[in-house]
Ligand binder design. Structure first.
Ligand code: SF4
Length: 335
């Protein structure tokens, strides 16, 4: 960059700073308690980069996605798009311009498309609403979009209705609909979790292709470290609303540093993710610990210091890890 070039030229495409969100949970005959869905969450995504937010159900990852989509308000923090603050300048619901730049693919391919409308309707509507094409060219552009997402022959798919499509085909239409407005960031909330295993790789492969060929920035929300490893450059592991480990995907999956990341990987290997989530739900029902590490009740490596103080993030082998097992700025575990 030349001397004196504007600061914004160096800004990441999307940056999240110190995002915090707390919900009040009130149960019958019980005191209201605060549940932290996001605590001081920070990350950035550049063009052509994919970042995963990984955690169990209830870890806060979907809340963060909803805040990014302006469907939820943050208590604190900032979201910057190309260096410009988003939360302070816009009303609760995002402007048309922001929605065009940041699009979402939802988890449920059966619920996200309206069965009474054709594929053509689903694709032409955003094209026209966001003025991406003249009305006369909308159908041809919609057919092009179907080709982009691998639905061929596109001329046959364009007039079908969602009930005539498989789950994988519907999710491809949902991706095509998001692409219609030429977004720069795609937030994909568990995009494969409701699909057959055999279909999942195809959808992840499509997202990888869009990232590579179009420079699309992707935020993948998932409970599945294997999907995150396949698609993403970086992984942020969330536990109870805070990032406990953040690093390059391959290194993080091959040598997880935080005990919670290790537990997530072990649950994938043993197929016990559902039991782990149920166990988490029981623990969450007891409320958040007032002090100390929030993972202490489940941690096999827990020490006295863990119950007394909440660990700050520290640099461990090229990533950030929030755990007392590692000395501040350590490269190796404490002996
Ligand atoms: Fe386990 Fe302690 Fe690390 Fe928390 S700080 S994850 S309790 S070792």
């Amino acid at each position: 960059m030349s001397v004196g070039a504007p600061k914004l030229a160096q800004a990441p495409l999307l940056e999240v700073r110190d995002l915090r969100k707390t919900f009040s949970s009130k149960r019958m005959f019980a005191q209201a308690r605060a549940v932290t869905a996001a605590r001081d969450v920070c990350f950035r995504i550049d063009r052509g980069e994919a970042v995963a937010l990984v955690g169990e159900s209830g870890s806060g990852k979907s809340t963060i996605a909803r805040i990014l989509l302006r469907l939820e308000t943050a208590d604190r923090g900032e979201i910057l798009l190309s260096g410009e603050g988003v939360l302070a300048r816009e009303p609760r619901h995002a402007s048309l311009g922001y929605r065009r730049r940041v699009q979402m693919v939802f988890q449920d391919p059966f619920g996200s498309l309206n069965s009474i409308h054709s594929v053509a309707h689903h694709l032409m509507r955003p094209l026209l609403r966001h003025h991406r094409v003249a009305p006369a060219g909308a159908r041809a552009r919609a057919i092009e979009l179907l080709r982009t997402v691998g639905l061929e022959p596109a001329e046959e798919f364009i007039d079908r209705h969602p009930y005539e499509l498989s789950g994988g085909q519907r999710q491809r239409v949902a991706v095509a609909r998001a692409l219609a407005v030429e977004p720069e960031v795609l937030v994909a909330d568990e995009p494969t979790s409701m699909l057959d295993v055999s279909i999942r790789a195809g959808i992840l492969g499509l997202l990888a292709q869009l990232k590579r060929e179009r420079g699309l920035a992707i935020l993948l929300i998932t409970h599945d470290l294997a999907s995150a490893r396949f698609l993403c450059d970086r992984i942020l592991v969330l536990f109870r609303g805070r990032v406990v480990e953040d690093g390059p995907s391959a290194a993080l999956v091959e040598a997880p540093a935080h005990p919670y990341t290790r537990a997530l990987l072990a649950s994938i290997a043993s197929g016990t993710q559902k039991q782990a989530a149920a166990s988490r739900d029981r623990e969450t029902a007891g409320g958040e610990a007032a002090q100390g590490c929030p993972f202490a009740a489940r941690c096999p490596d827990v020490m006295d210091v863990c119950r007394a103080s909440d660990p700050a993030p520290r640099a461990v082998a090229g990533r950030q890890v929030r755990c007392h097992l590692y000395a501040e700025d350590a490269q190796a575990p404490r002996s």
